[in-house]
Design a protein around this ligand. Structure first.
Ligand SMILES: [Zn+2]
Length: 182
């Protein structure tokens, strides 16, 4: 059953590929699908495994049921997808103008103690971005008083995210601030 499904999937993808070539792969495969990152676009979706943000280096992966999934080049799945399904890879680039979309970004912030939680949220608030969720937990399995803050934000570009990260790194009590792939 699994084999049958896989074969059928391959056929559909090949058909789709032929059709799509008319639209954005006219010759030589050197052309790019241009994306603007608007959420809810019918033709493509941002992959949940790596949550691309406007400005990231990305590629498209042609899936049967969900159109084209956009992944970051640094996605944990990127190497496997590109190696195993080279014919499904679609070059993409972002539209030149600033994206009108909002992109989910997840951050991991290590702080010296729990009192740094509030200042961290204050710093994030100064950027006027939507905070979807936040949590504060002691770092597990470590003999330190460090805490780990996780936040999910909606940002407009990776440039904006970089500004937020550098502001967080300058905040007193913050040991590190990084973007994570979830
Ligand atoms: Zn991905």
């Amino acid at each position: 059953m699994k084999d049958y499904l896989t074969r059928e999937e391959e056929t559909v993808v090949e058909d789709k590929k032929k059709n799509s070539e008319k639209n954005f792969l006219p010759s030589g495969g050197g052309d790019y699908l241009v994306i603007d990152g608007k959420l809810g676009n019918i033709g493509y979706k941002m992959a949940r495994c790596c949550n691309p943000i406007f400005g990231d280096e990305v590629f498209g992966f042609v899936s049967v049921k969900e159109g084209i999934k956009i992944h970051r080049m640094s996605c944990p799945n990127a190497a496997r997808l590109i190696e195993n399904y080279p014919y499904r890879i679609q070059k993409v680039r972002w539209r030149e103008s600033a994206a009108s979309g909002k992109f989910q970004a997840s951050l991991k912030i290590i702080v010296e103690d729990a009192t740094v939680y509030s200042p961290v949220l204050t710093v994030i608030n100064t950027f006027m971005v939507a905070l979807r969720s936040s949590s504060l937990l002691p770092r597990s399995g470590r003999n330190t008083s460090d805490f780990e803050i996780r936040v999910q934000l909606l940002v407009s570009s990776n440039a904006q995210l970089d500004k937020i990260l550098s502001a967080l790194k300058k905040t007193r009590g913050v040991t590190s601030a990084t973007r994570i792939s979830e």
